[in-house]
Design a protein around this ligand. Structure first.
Ligand code: DGY
Length: 329
């Protein structure tokens, strides 16, 4: 007899406690490896699935959606959903959700870790010490730049930008921010954050931290022109999406001493790095671990599953990003 259970595909390994309860409800296919699912296999598997829980590394484009004639719900495992062609999904009446809020603090922590790492030369210092090159203490030995009291420019004042601003208070920093829309004045006051236009922020900040989502407007938002506006001592921090920065321009700016350094968790052609990046000592490079804590990844998994179940049950997923689809039903 044909199973009445809906078929779902989860493209990455998630905690057992989140996945096992789904066994009663669905026929599940799960990529159990801790690496992205092969895209050809994804294309083959999608045709009979009603639900998809993809990772941010899966490209959910027109070609895939074309084959997904049974698909009702895509519950992305991530707050960013630039890996999904939302317009194409909406046209087909497929709901899409993300995981906002639960990774705010973890990502803000990594932004601050990068701020401290690049300015105080933590990774470089660790390398030197392990290699036995720490021979003596001296007043002028291995100096970095202080974070306390400096100016932090936050580009993108959403949840994560605000969480970074809150942490900056502990370092007595002046916080400037640039956002498409100015935030509420009471919130500006609470965060002690001053609105600035993009050019002024770039010119005045000692640290520029990026917290925008990736879309047509923000792609290469930081390029040669913007890097040239920054102080030659300033650091660029990116924990948002790689393509927000023109990475070739960044390598040139770093080589030419146009800026002081960079702390990156994300890359333009992830996981590939632009040639030249790894040769620079004033750069700290992380493997996209902004949300990479046990606690946060567990919360993201629960949230994605909650959205998936709601969508397949015919309810509105709590974190739907294309609510226009609900009106089409
Ligand atoms: C997201 O959720 O968009 C993050 O980049 C994953 O760490």
């Amino acid at each position: 007899m044909k199973s009445m259970k809906a078929r779902i595909l989860i493209t990455g390994r998630l905690p057992d406690e989140v996945v096992l309860p789904l066994e009663n409800r669905y026929v599940m296919e799960i990529n159990q490896e801790d690496r992205p699912m092969d895209h050809r296999i994804l294309l083959q598997s999608i045709s009979d699935k009603e639900g998809l829980l993809p990772m941010i590394t899966d490209c959910i484009d027109e070609e895939l959606l074309e084959r997904a004639s049974n698909l009702k719900m895509i519950a992305n495992f991530g707050v960013g959903y630039n890996n999904i062609d939302i317009k194409a999904a909406s046209r087909r009446g497929i709901m899409v959700s993300n995981t906002p809020g639960v990774l705010t603090d973890a990502t803000a922590e990594i932004a601050f870790a990068l701020i401290l790492s690049v300015s105080r030369r933590l990774v470089e210092g660790d390398r030197m010490t392990r290699e036995g090159r720490f021979k003596f203490w001296a007043p002028m030995f291995f100096l970095g730049h202080e974070v306390t009291g400096k100016t932090l420019g936050i580009i993108g004042m959403g949840k994560i930008g605000k969480a970074v601003a809150r942490r900056a208070r502990g370092f007595n920093m002046r916080v400037l921010y640039y956002n498409r829309r100015r935030i509420d004045p009471t919130e500006e006051k609470e965060l002690t954050a001053e609105y600035a236009d993009l050019d002024s922020l770039l010119t005045m900040s000692d640290f520029v931290s990026l917290h925008v989502s990736l879309n047509e407007d923000t792609k290469h938002m930081i390029g040669m022109k913007e890097l040239a506006l920054m102080k030659s001592s300033a650091y660029l921090i990116n924990t948002s999406r790689g393509p927000v920065v023109d990475e070739k321009a960044l390598v040139t700016a770093l080589n030419d001493g146009k800026i002081g350094g960079a702390g990156l968790d994300v890359y333009e052609n992830e996981p590939a790095l632009t040639p030249g990046l790894t040769e620079l000592d004033n750069v700290v490079l992380l493997p996209h671990i902004g949300s990479g804590t046990i606690e946060t990844r567990a919360r993201m998994a629960s949230m994605a599953v909650e959205n998936l179940v709601a969508g397949l049950d015919g309810a509105a997923p709590p974190n739907i990003v294309n609510p226009e689809v609900l009106k089409m039903r």
